[in-house]
Every structure is written in structure tokens, then in C-alpha cells.
Design a protein around this ligand. Sequence first.
Ligand code: NDP
Length: 287
Amino acid sequence: REISVVCAVDCLILLISFLIFPVQMLKGKRVIITGASTGIGEQMAYHLARMGAHVLITARTEAKLQKVVTRCLELGAASAHYMNGSMEDMALAEDVVKEAKQLWGGLDMLILNHIGYTYFNYFDGDVEYIRKLLEINFLSYVAMTVSALPMLKESGGSILVVSSTAGKIGIPFVAPYSATKFALDGFFSSLRQELIIENINVSITLCILGYIATETAEKTVSHVMQKPGAPKEECALEIIKSGALRKRELYYPYTIVRIALLIRDWAPEFLDSLTRNSLNVENVKKS
Ligand code: NDP
């Protein structure tokens, strides 16, 4: 009963906030989107372009970034630029923010979305891989936030951190990835508290995503999932709306993620067993 009451209230709040979302809110806003050469990041770039925002996108593959920039300009972006390189390099993370300052003189939204290569299998014991993944998926997010905070304080801007259900609950076969996503929750939830205590008008939205049908995710996990992923286009739009509305957290797809989190705190063993049973574990081959 408690779960259904909380869900009903949450649904109502979500419905009202999304119904009143004015697309013009993002016209002319200056936005950095990381990991935007493919998948959800690419779709976020297109939505922001349609809304008339300035976008600066990042990833490693220059040819793909060039195509996304061209499409953004066709769709109506106020301006579109890219920087390529690997986020293992903290200097790149800082340079991207410097580039935004040089291009626009400020920043309104920082969308942290990129991830390094992720396997879906039993943990193989490779500690060095975890160190590298923490650099890409976590430390570069922190480095970009540190560099961007002065500009975001000035504009009263927002930070959007793209995370996962694997950053809130224990999901098998993604131990290194899960560690990096839990780290994001710890860091950014703590930082959010400090910003509020200091009356600093910068919002932090943590986006908790379930399975989304991107090319990478389908290649990595579709043989184990029992249901298809949610659409990446809709997911991208929900992330942008949540950030613009300065929500604390986004759950997408809403019902499945929200209910999992509610069960987590009351019956963790039950959730663990539900999670295991929702996967075709027999299709995971020990490497
Ligand atoms: P994609 O694999 O489609 O996109 C990842 C992006 O990151 C690409 O642009 C890629 O470009 C870039 N990237 C990869 N390695 C690096 C690197 N070393 N340095 C800089 N950029 C890099 O991922 P999704 O769209 O599926 O996921 C986006 C976000 O959503 C991630 O944070 C993910 O954890 C989260 N999420 C996704 C889910 C899903 O089911 N799809 C579920 C839950 C969360 P390039 O290779 O050119 O560098």
C-alpha cells in the first residue's frame, strides 16, 4: 500500500512537471554533452539543437562527432562544436570546459554521460581495468565539474549526471561499471548537499536509467535481457527535461526503476532475487 501511494504521488509530480515544461527554456543555453557521438548522448545533442541551444559535444571518434555537429546545425542549434579525445586524460576534461568559456564566455548546463568500454560477464579479477574505468566514468566527471563550477555558479546552471540502476542496486555481471556508478551517486549527492548549505544556485540531477536500446547496450546485454530496452530518443528528452526542471533524480523508465528502488530499501534480498530472475543468466558464458 505504501509503495502504491508513493508511486501515485511521484507519478502525479512527474506528470505535472513534464506537462508544464516549456521547450523555450533551453533556447540560447550553453550546454556541454559528453559521450555524444552515439547513443543517448547523441540523441540529447539533437533534442538540444531542436530547442535552439548552443552545444559542445565530446567523444573519442572525430568522424562521428563531425556528423553529429552537422546534424545539430541542420536541426537549429544556435551553435555546435566538438572536441575529441579520451576522458582517461583529465587534461582533456578540463580543456573541454575551457573551450566552452572561450566559445561562449559561460556555461548553463553540463551533461556528464560518457562511459568507457564495459563488459557484461562474471568479474574477471582485473584490478587495473577498474582503475581505468574509474578514471573515465568517475574522475573525469569530477574534474569537469570542478572546472565548470565557477561558470555554472555565475549562470545559476545545472549539472546532469547520467547513471544507472547499477549505480543504486547490485546487478550481476557489471561489477566494475557498477562501482563507478555508485561512486557518482556518493560524490554528487554529497556535493548537492554542500551547494544547498552554501546557497549556491547550481542544481545536480542524477539520472537513474534502466535498460535503454542503444547500439552499445543491445550488443552487450540483449542476449541476457528478457524485455527490449526503452527508446533512447525518449530517454534523452527525459534527461534534458529533468535537468532543466532542476530535479534531484530522474528514474527512467519510471515505474520499473522507481519500484526497484522502493523494494531495495525494504526487502533487499527479495530485490536481489528478482534481479537475478529477470536475467537469462544461462546465456552469460564464463570467459
Ligand atoms: P554509448 O556507448 O552509445 O555512448 C558512449 C559514449 O561515450 C560514446 O559517445 C563514446 O564515443 C564515448 N566514449 C567511450 N569511451 C570514451 C572515452 N574513453 N573517453 C571519452 N568518451 C568515450 O552509451 P549509451 O548511450 O548506451 O550510454 C550513455 C549513458 O547512459 C552512460 O553513462 C551509461 O552508463 C548510461 N546508461 C545506459 C544504459 C543503456 O542501457 N544504454 C542503461 C543505464 C545507464 P567514442 O567511442 O567515440 O569515444
